[in-house]
Write a protein of this length. Sequence first.
Lengths: 97, 151
Amino acid sequence: MKNFKKMIMGFAAVALIVVGSAFKPASNSKLLTYRYINNGTQYVLEPSADPTNNCVSNSAHQCVITTDENKGSSFNYADLPSDAEPVPGSSEGTYNP
Amino acid sequence: MKILRISNISIKLSPKSAEFFQLVLHIILASLFAYTAYEKIMGHERFMNGIAKVELIGRFAVFISWVVPIAELLIAVLVLVPEIAKMGLWCFLGLMIIFTTYILIALIWASKLPCHCGGVIETLTWTEHLWFNIGFILLAIIALRLEKSLN
């Protein structure tokens, strides 16, 4: 009974702390990163894209890039963010897993 | 009177104070993991994108992005259930050592590693984050010693 009371108190306290913190969103993250793949016509968000053995050399644009800017689910080649850089192992081409 | 020994330091506590101190420690440790797990799940896409950028583990981003917050939540629950708190504390210590190793790697080799560690913790610099983690590792060790002395 004593242990049960302790457990309930513990859960209640943790729930209060987590719920309380939910109203204070964090800012200034150390690094925001997004990974996009070249599908032949545009860049498409693909968080787990691995350029190793998945890039076909048939495009003048990088196969897999990363950027700290959130460009949504896809964007055109012309809208490439200034900080975009190829993922290590990526080459010019389209992503074809 | 309960005696809590940490290295050469001994603190004498009455059984009631020791139990209260233990409960507070467990709440602090569980809160950290519950809070960071909550933040990771709420911002899951961002968390997954962050992991995807890391060269060695990037290909497992989807898997890691779910396993880490679920493990944190489970450990938070373990720490709060008195009968299995000891196992939870060991798991907490193990996971914190893994996180701290990641920070050390970031500090030594690759400061551009992402840290989607959850909430306000992300605003810390890598050095502050290292000290923060060391503090929680020490708290977990104290909680384990207290667990031993109370049972």
